[in-house]
Design a protein around this ligand. Structure first.
Ligand code: IPM
Ligand code: MG
Length: 359
């Protein structure tokens, strides 16, 4: 049976990195159909909306979605509903892609690229699981109004609403416990329950959910402490579960521990394993079109897609092994280059991974 992959290159470096992942997918010689559509600024430019109807329809009908990145300065002045980021938020919401998996793994060859001492990060392998469809990102009401009360009553104020329902917390907690079960059986919940009602409720539901996973050791940390521990002793973590806003911040921090955010894939899954796969980094418009962007995060996202949505774990293993091989060969894009290695461009890196697939 042929599987359909929606390919959404997006903006900035998106198109050139997605092109490399597509090359790798095509080289696997599997029955995929790849169908492309514009998203983000490119969606706005083509159809007047960051998530054009046809793009959303394609994403809905596909078995999995491969996305590059969205965002470009020229679209930053548009009103919020038309900005590129709305495409990502819209896809997450419309397709109920609530479980975001962001692995932060340090490749031994890249230990020198981390801003932390090698002994602190060597062997690092963390999986951050973030809820993607709740929290202040989507909570209503939100807006700008005249403050109805408080010491600044009568002044203009901005407000968002942090809220999480029990099923929303429980479903992402289940994903996290199951992931922990497949790894070291340790799960750390991150919240701010010493201050926030929402977080206290979140923690209560995570604890309630833990009853189904007696084999998984559950711990809890406040988000400020988690941010500190991530740079002090990152290897003390294995699987982390947290809400949307905290996860946004901590996942960038965790990513950088590995030296380059250019290496990190991500998966955003719905309840049935359908998913959107994208690099954890952004669209980097400052280096777009120069053939210097690192395509490995996108290529590794394609591997995650094979594993989590397309049930082709052997293909995923092959891609990951090929990436390890090109790193071992000493090939580096500019973001991970160091003396003694060979600097290659985006295209050459993609070609090298394709070649390594055959090896
Ligand atoms: C991410 C990004 C997005 C987020 C933006 C682009 C809306 O930072 O995927 O982490 O905040 O979730
Ligand atoms: Mg982010």
């Amino acid at each position: 049976m042929s599987m359909k992959i929606a390919v959404l290159p997006g903006d900035g470096i998106g198109p050139e990195i997605v092109k490399q992942a597509v090359k790798v997918l095509e080289a696997l010689d599997q029955p995929f159909t790849l169908e492309e559509a514009p998203v983000g600024g490119a969606g706005y430019a083509a159809h007047g909306h960051p998530l054009p109807e046809r793009t959303l329809a394609l994403a809905r009908s596909a078995d999995a979605i491969l996305l590059g990145a969205v965002g470009d300065w020229q679209y930053d002045k548009l009103e919020r509903p038309l900005r590129p980021e709305q495409a990502i938020l819209g896809l997450r919401k419309h397709l109920a892609l609530f479980a975001n998996l962001r692995p932060a793994r340090l490749y031994p060859e890249l230990a020198g690229a981390s801003s932390l001492k090698p002994e602190i990060v060597s062997g690092l392998d963390i999986l951050l699981i973030r809820d993607l469809t709740g929290d202040v990102y989507f909570g209503q009401p939100r807006g700008v109004r005249v403050a109805p009360d408080g010491p600044f009553e009568g002044s203009r104020e901005g407000f968002d609403t942090m809220r999480y329902s029990e099923p929303e917390i429980a479903r992402v907690a289940h994903v996290a416990f199951q992931a922990a079960r497949r790894r070291s059986k340790r799960l750390c919940n991150v919240d701010k329950s010493n201050v926030l009602e929402t977080s206290q409720f979140w923690r209560d539901i995570v604890i309630k959910t833990s009853a189904a996973y007696p084999d998984v050791e559950l711990s809890h940390t406040y988000v400020d402490n988690a941010a500190m521990q991530l740079v002090r002793a990152p290897k003390s973590f294995d699987v982390i579960v947290t809400g949307n806003l905290f996860g946004d911040i901590l996942s960038d921090e965790a990513a950088m521990l590995t030296g380059s955010i250019g290496m990190l894939p991500s998966a955003s899954l719905d309840a049935n394993g359908k998913g959107l796969y994208e690099p954890s980094h952004g669209s980097a418009p400052d280096i777009a079109g120069q053939d210097i962007a690192n395509p490995l995060a996108t290529i590794l996202s394609a591997a995650m897609m094979l594993r989590y949505s397309l049930n082709l774990p052997a293909g995923a293993d092959r891609i990951e092994a090929a990436v390890e091989r090109v790193l071992a060969q000493g090939l580096r894009t500019a973001d991970i280059w160091e003396a003694g290695t060979r600097k290659v461009g985006t295209n050459e890196m993609g070609d090298a991974v394709v070649a390594a697939l055959a090896a």
